[in-house]
Design a protein around this ligand. Structure first.
Ligand SMILES: NC(=O)C1=CN([C@@H]2O[C@H](COP(=O)(O)OP(=O)(O)OC[C@H]3O[C@@H](n4cnc5c(N)ncnc54)[C@H](O)[C@@H]3O)[C@@H](O)[C@H]2O)C=CC1
Ligand SMILES: O=C(O)[C@@H]1CCC=N1
Length: 269
């Protein structure tokens, strides 16, 4: 593929995506650049990727073929307005801003621009992201293929109707944070029961990884995999009953719902 990829915003997500693309050799280091007014973000980007980060968004847009809008949703309008005059139909514009709909992006960029709204997550850094994306009417099937290739290089990706992008944000966009909480809490439980902290953390993280891999690689329903762990009258069923008594499932369902609703609210800012 090897298009020049420019990021507006050189923060955490730009760094994670850029490192993922580099690791999969989808871009070379000289085909990557980022624009950011923050010297700290620029040095972090260059440290993480070896690529250029400059305080000149116009130059980034002029050089880029694929432009990734990677600023916080509240800074998106001002970032785009400052470069709008140099964004052409030759650019494929990807926005990762949570909650910002294609209609708003078209207002900012013009509906004759090729625009894709994406929701990845930070695990793109390790090639294990989970993403959803949707295209505006001007973007082509070839653009969809390009975006699919980029996102699949750093994990799994689903092309979806835009109406589902907020739910993707609530589940997999925000989801790594829920799982970090789970891992931390499992480790705390282990420490409470006497395990050394480092051992507890390692066991907790590997347990989450192993269970996720079992779901992905066996294709077996998680309920069936859960049943296979829980022996009659054994230890697991005691743990499961305790989780049910504390509303574990409901807490996760409500977390995804709340984050999805917040993503919907961000559309109205
Ligand atoms: N952090 C996450 O897990 C995820 C974040 N997102 C979305 O990614 C976007 C970026 O989030 P993060 O990387 O976490 O934020 P961040 O705060 O780490 O990075 C944003 C960067 O944008 C820069 N910036 C601000 N105004 C700018 C401008 N006018 N031009 C160029 N750069 C400018 C800031 O200096 C900062 O370095 C957000 O819209 C967020 O909704 C999407 C998926 C996951
Ligand atoms: O918390 C947020 O708003 C961003 C979007 C998805 C993950 N982090």
């Amino acid at each position: 593929m090897k298009h020049v990829v420019g990021f507006l915003g050189a923060g955490q997500m730009a760094q994670a995506l850029a490192r993922g693309f580099l690791a999969k050799d989808l871009v070379g280091v000289d085909q990557l650049l980022a624009g950011d007014p923050s010297p700290a973000s620029r040095s972090a980007f260059t440290d993480a990727t070896g690529a250029r980060a400059i305080d000149d968004n116009l130059e980034v847009v002029r050089e880029a073929e694929i432009l990734v809008l990677a600023v916080k949703p509240q800074y998106l309008a001002s970032a785009v307005e400052s470069v709008r005059s140099v964004i052409t139909e030759n650019h494929l514009v990807l926005s990762i801003a949570a909650g910002v709909p294609l209609a708003r992006l078209e207002e900012l960029l013009g509906n004759d621009r090729r625009i894709v709204r994406i929701m990845p997550n930070t695990a793109c850094l390790v090639g294990a992201s989970a993403s959803g994306y949707c295209l505006n009417a001007t973007a082509s099937d070839e653009d969809a293929a390009t975006v699919g290739q980029l996102l699949e290089s750093v994990g799994v990706a689903f092309r979806l109707p835009e109406s589902l992008l907020d739910a993707v944000t609530g589940l997999s966009g925000s989801g790594p944070a829920y799982v970090y909480l789970l891992i931390e809490a499992l480790a705390d439980g282990g420490v409470r029961m006497g395990l050394p902290r480092d051992v507890a953390l390692s066991l907790a993280a590997q347990t989450v990884r192993g269970a996720a891999t079992m779901v992905q690689e066996t294709g077996t329903h998680p309920g069936q995999l859960k049943d296979a762990v829980a022996s009659p009258g054994g230890t697991t069923i005691e743990g499961l009953a305790t989780l049910e008594a504390h509303g574990f499932r409901s807490a996760l369902i409500e977390a995804v719902t709340a984050a999805t609703e917040r993503s919907r609210e961000l559309a109205n800012r």
